[in-house]
Design a protein around this ligand. Structure first.
Ligand code: PLP
Length: 360
């Protein structure tokens, strides 16, 4: 039986990547040792990390005047590091509130500065992206922060906000590399690796050079982007094995045709599920407004919790794993990141139709 893992994160990795890692586990490239056992200062490991960075730069078209950092602490640590590094003496930041992850970013930033909630989806229970025309932007804000994909709510931006000269900061944890993105529109992009990049333990930060080095000198060394930018993310020991796996994922992405090709597959995958939901005559529902539905995380429910439980049990028995919705949302959630093949989404769509027929 084929197993398909719909976990929201840590999430499925490309099978080819896992097989390659398995093959190289004991002896990387004739070095006689595992990547896990290598000095991060040795030429072998340094070549692995340099290649990972080069491939990420190529995949995303990252301009030269941006630094790529491989950090730890997850996207969650960035909720603090971003204000600590980017306030630059200013008093206030703009944050768009589209759901649970935005709210966490807001709560953490409030420890350090005034947060202007530019726009909020709270009025409709975070089921949509507020129209840019209604955003109350402050031209003196240190930056504008938004969450490109709300992993729990399943709300995704299909557009990049135009915010003038204020640096735009994006939490792309759950949709980075799933679609093309013009990095030059951003001051800073960050993502925890465990959704669309690799295993947990690595956080990718892409930051425009002019925003680095402006932090308060009392900032702890490890929290200052400059520390990591000046030392190629090797000021201290980086999460070497996670970066190695991320590098294998980047190479896999290149073999798939890159991010634009991935986007086409992602559009097709998401469409399959939303078509089943919308065509189920109300058996399934997804609360998110159609224009703002996520291609990565598809939340849905049946008419009651008992039926949802039954759905999850039967899905599990068929090898369709980890479909349980987030505890704050209930119901189901299918996370269909880059590494989820079209065949997996087809299997889920078929099961959803069958289940609806048997219970409808
Ligand atoms: C998962 C997630 C986070 C938190 O990431 P950690 O790596 O667990 O800190 C933050 N933002 C978004 C959008 C996420 O999906």
């Amino acid at each position: 039986m084929a197993i398909y893992n719909f976990a929201a994160g840590p999430a499925v990795l490309p099978r080819e990547v896992l097989l390659q890692a398995q093959q190289e586990l004991l002896d990387w490239n004739g070095s006689g040792v595992s990547v896990m056992e290598m000095s991060h200062r040795g030429k072998e490991y340094m070549s692995i990390q340099a290649q990972a960075e080069a491939d990420l730069r190529e995949l995303m078209g990252i301009p030269k005047h941006y630094k790529v950092l491989f950090l730890q602490g997850g996207a969650t640590a960035q909720f603090a590091m971003i204000p600590l590094n980017l306030l630059r003496g200013k008093q206030s930041v703009d944050i768009v509130n589209t759901g649970i992850w935005s709210e966490k970013a807001i709560k953490e930033a409030r420890k350090f500065c005034h947060v202007n909630e530019v726009a909020s989806g709270a009025d409709r229970n975070f089921t949509y992206v507020p129209d840019l025309k209604r955003w109350k932007l402050d031209k003196d804000a240190a930056y504008v922060h938004y969450t490109t994909n709300e992993t729990i709510g399943g709300v995704e931006f299909n557009w990049v906000p135009e915010v003038g000269n204020v640096p735009l900061v994006a939490d792309m944890s759950s949709n980075i590399l799933s679609r093309p993105c013009d990095v030059s529109q951003f001051g800073l992009i960050y993502a925890g690796a465990q959704k669309n990049i690799g295993p947990a333990g690595v956080t990718v930060v892409i930051v425009r050079e002019d925003l680095v080095g402006l932090a308060d000198p009392r900032l702890p060394t490890m929290l200052d982007y400059k520390t990591h930018a000046d030392n190629d993310s090797m000021y201290n020991t980086p999460p070497t094995y996670g970066i190695y796996i991320a590098g294998l994922v980047f190479q896999w992405l290149k073999r798939q045709g890159g991010v634009a090709a991935m986007e086409q597959v992602n559009i097709a995958k998401a469409r399959l599920l939303y078509e089943v939901i919308d065509g189920s005559g109300g058996f399934y529902s997804c609360p998110v407004y159609k224009a703002d539905r996520s291609r990565m995380n598809v939340p849905f429910k049946t008419r009651d919790a008992a039926l949802d439980t039954e759905f999850l049990k039967q899905a599990d028995a068929r090898g369709l794993l980890q479909l349980k919705g987030h505890k704050l949302a209930g119901g189901m959630r299918a996370s269909i990141y880059n590494a989820m093949p079209l065949s997996g989404v087809r299997a889920l769509a078929d099961f959803m139709r069958e289940f609806a027929k048997s219970k409808g």
